[in-house]
Design a protein around this ligand. Structure first.
Ligand code: ZN
Ligand code: ZN
Length: 483
């Protein structure tokens, strides 16, 4: 298994666990976290799907060897559940203390007695144990190929928090370039940004702004995904494009093959974005991906990201983005701007811009639960041009939509500020990350009450949902064409 090993958990589930372990009685309590898993070059993430509390005196009782232990019956029930659902088993208990924690000799001895058998029952697990203090966590993780220590736990809420077995060494002084940032986030904060991997889906008007701001913020690694090339009409909005890159003298030609040549010579949007990012930060790691998030090989590039911005317009990209957020416990934000124009009268309607944070739990802003991925429109997108003609769709997306850079700013700006406050830990505890719609013609901002369906296949904990399952279920990508 690739190290470092991280456990990820959403804030509501962590809060439930924390309140159960530390009710104020100073005693030990127990639970199990059932988790999915994702392995990549960056390490291994165990993705907490559900916390199962062990009832004091019933499931968690005075032990024969240690102070307390989970009963054999409880362990059998939960480990069988993990075997059936193809999930990992992580036993949890607490010790006293605050900022530092480690297993006792009794704890270690009990792992050595029990975990080889649990690995068999759960068909390879991994299985293991976590021990918590109020502000620290340590872990002993078992796999068929070896035993590993937990590096950290990441709690995903309005603020991203990390817990370690003991306080970390002070971070190095940030590059003087970022002096004005460090005065806000501290050197620790600036170091956090430099270690982040952030995905941007769509590098048009909104995405290109996000790209520039993230690279100036000092984000260490950006994965930019877009299949489009720059066109003449993009120049007023796409950050970093140069006037000749629209290839206007060719694309406006009346000679078809010259026009075609122009379209083929113009640069890809992700390559323009990479140039902008490298100018802002020459040390940035930049993956410019010419591709579509609807394809599995492209979507897979984001399974170990720390954050995902969705600035593309299609329903398919919403579908895959929402799945990535929930299946891999990665927070994200969808942005967009809409200028409705009446087809007959040509009158401009209610212009609005949207910034929609999505956190990986129920009531976290799931795009399905907010009815932002209507099945009809999703299906319509997958039809070929010919099929659309046959079904006589009046195609909205074949008609060019109005668009202007200042409206892109309105949806992108709150998104990047939320991202920044989140990782710098600067949101106040009462801050709520609701979907936000700005009606530009009224100067009115509306917060949307969060919604959740109890059997949503993305954000719920129903047995059929993908939440926290990581690599153990497929993403809803389109099937690869058989050649
Ligand atoms: Zn213990
Ligand atoms: Zn949902």
């Amino acid at each position: 298994m690739k190290e470092p090993i991280e456990v990820r958990i959403d804030a509501p589930e962590y809060e439930k666990l924390f309140n159960y372990l530390f009710p104020g009685d100073g005693d030990e309590h127990g639970a199990v976290i059932v988790a999915g898993i994702v392995e990549s070059d960056r390490g291994t993430r165990l993705l907490a799907r559900k916390v199962i509390l062990a009832r004091d005196g019933i499931d968690y009782v005075p032990g024969q060897r240690g102070y307390r232990a989970l009963t054999a019956k409880f362990v059998a029930e939960v480990s069988n559940y993990c075997a059936r659902e193809n999930l990992c088993y992580l036993a949890v208990h607490c010790h006293g203390g605050k900022d530092k924690v480690s297993f006792s000799a009794d704890d270690i001895a009990s792992h050595e007695r029990g975990y080889p058998a649990l690995l068999d029952i759960t068909r390879g697990g991994p299985v293991g144990a976590l021990v918590f203090a109020k502000n620290a966590v340590a872990g002993d993780i078992w796999t068929p190929s070896g035993r590993y220590q937990l590096d950290r736990m990441t709690i995903i809420g309005a603020n991203i928090r990390q817990l370690y077995p003991s306080p970390r060494k002070r971070s190095p002084i940030a590059n003087p370039l970022y002096d004005r940032h460090s005065r806000l986030f501290g050197d620790v904060g600036q170091e956090i940004f430099s270690n982040l991997k952030v995905g941007i889906i769509g590098l048009g008007g909104g995405g290109s702004l996000i790209n520039e701001w993230l690279s100036r913020l000092g984000v260490g690694h950006i994965v930019a995904i877009d299949f489009d090339r720059v066109e003449l009409t993009n120049l007023p909005r796409v950050v970093g494009t140069k006037s000749w890159e629209g290839m206007s003298w060719l694309t406006q030609s009346n000679i078809p093959w010259l026009k075609k040549l122009g379209l083929r010579l113009s640069p890809y949007k992700v390559h323009v974005a990479r140039r902008v990012a490298k100018q802002a930060n020459p040390f940035i790691r930049y993956d410019a991906i010419i591709g579509n998030i609807a394809d599995e090989q492209t979507a897979k590039l984001l399974v170990d990201a720390d954050f995902i911005f969705l600035a593309a317009d299609s329903m398919q990209s919403r579908l895959v983005f929402n799945a990535l957020v929930h299946q891999y416990l990665i927070p994200g934000i969808q942005i967009g701007a809409k200028v409705p124009v009446d087809k007959q009268t040509k009158q401009v309607g209610d212009i609005f811009t949207a910034t929609r944070p999505v956190l990986p739990h129920a009531y976290g802003g799931c795009l399905h639960c907010h009815e932002l991925i209507p099945p009809g429109r999703l299906q319509q997108e997958t039809l070929s041009l010919e099929e659309k003609r046959n079904q006589q769709y009046v195609e909205d997306d074949s008609i060019a939509q109005p668009s202007v850079i200042t409206l892109n700013v309105k949806s992108a700006e709150p998104a990047v500020n939320i991202f920044m406050m989140m990782f710098a830990g600067l949101h106040k505890p009462e801050a709520k990350l609701y979907h936000q719609i700005e009606f530009v013609r009224e100067h009115r901002i509306e917060q949307v009450e969060p919604r959740a369906n109890k059997d949503c296949l993305d954000c719920s904990n129903s047995d059929r949902s993908r939440r926290g399952r990581g690599d153990r279920v497929r993403l809803p990508c389109r099937m690869a064409k058989v050649t």
